[in-house]
Design a protein around this ligand. Structure first.
Ligand code: ARG
Length: 274
């Protein structure tokens, strides 16, 4: 109940948005030519980093590369569980080169097991470890073939979920893990069968409205107690507070122009599975 939720310290990898821009359109949020305020983006991003640190989390950075405007979306670079790194193979040719600096970062940080996927796979954008399973999105980016590769690499059951709304093109725009037991999600982003799967696995899940989802409310990061969440997702924040979580609003509105939010900017490095 309210005061019993226990936060777990996290290790995050992020990338400064020094070269952030909207130069191409690979999701419906992106309008090339619409100006991005890089100073504002840098301020918002720094506030996210400061907020994580203020809550006891470790934040490390990978150096941004000029010409890779989406590199700030660190979540897409990999999925890291038990210190094993499953890298990315981006669908868009514009984003493919991002994998190289991230893989180099993991190598220099001492991660020895780094897998290079054979099929399109966009890291934590579509892969969400949630308790005993890895939830895996498909429909727009990551392929079902990659889901099989992920299961084989980690030896953890992968639950495939089909996304159907282009505004929620990555699983992490429509769903996030609250803790080891529960998730929050926007049901209409999923195919009817996938919705049923989620209802069976998580009968007690927090479900969000389209308004909350469009405010990037499902693109949140939870440490088990604090939920770092877009301030626009007010109804969802209220629901979370009623369930005993502590919503911590962080505004990343400048990144919404590229179709990203808090979670997209955050790669979680899981050394142990707990
Ligand atoms: N512009 C990027 C893309 O469309 C945004 C990625 C957002 N990342 C995420 N984890 N959903 O690929």
């Amino acid at each position: 109940m309210p005061d019993s939720r226990v936060p777990r310290r996290r290790r995050f990898l992020v990338c400064e948005p020094r070269h952030f821009a909207v130069q191409y359109a690979i999701n419906p949020w992106m309008r090339p030519g619409e100006p991005v305020d890089v100073i504002r983006a840098l301020d918002q991003w720094q506030a996210l980093v400061d907020t994580y640190r203020a809550h006891g989390h470790t934040v490390e950075t990978v150096a941004p590369v000029p010409g890779l405007p989406d590199m700030v979306f660190a979540a897409n670079a990999a999925l890291v569980v038990e210190g094993r790194v499953f890298g990315s193979l981006f669908q868009a040719p514009e984003r493919r080169p991002e994998s190289i600096p991230y893989q180099a970062w993991f190598k220099q940080a001492g991660f020895e097991e780094v897998h290079h996927p054979e099929s399109v796979c966009e890291g934590e954008g579509d892969l969400v470890p949630a308790g005993r399973w890895i939830l895996a999105g498909t429909g727009f980016r990551t392929t079902p073939e990659a889901h099989r590769e992920v299961q084989e690499f980690f030896g953890i059951p992968v639950i495939g979920l089909t996304l159907v709304d282009p505004y929620f093109y990555h699983l992490d725009t429509a769903l996030f893990a609250l803790d080891e037991e529960n998730i929050a999600y926007y049901p209409e982003a999923f195919s009817p069968g996938s919705r049923e799967v989620l209802a069976r696995l998580y009968p007690d899940a927090v479900t969000a409205t389209r308004e909350d989802a469009l405010a990037f409310g499902l693109n949140s990061v939870s440490d088990g107690r604090h939920v770092f969440i877009s301030p626009g997702a007010t109804a969802l924040a209220d629901q979370l507070a009623h369930r005993g979580y502590a919503p911590v609003p962080v505004d990343l509105s400048e990144f919404h122009k590229a179709g990203g939010g808090i979670k997209c900017c955050t790669q979680e490095i899981r050394e142990n599975r707990s």
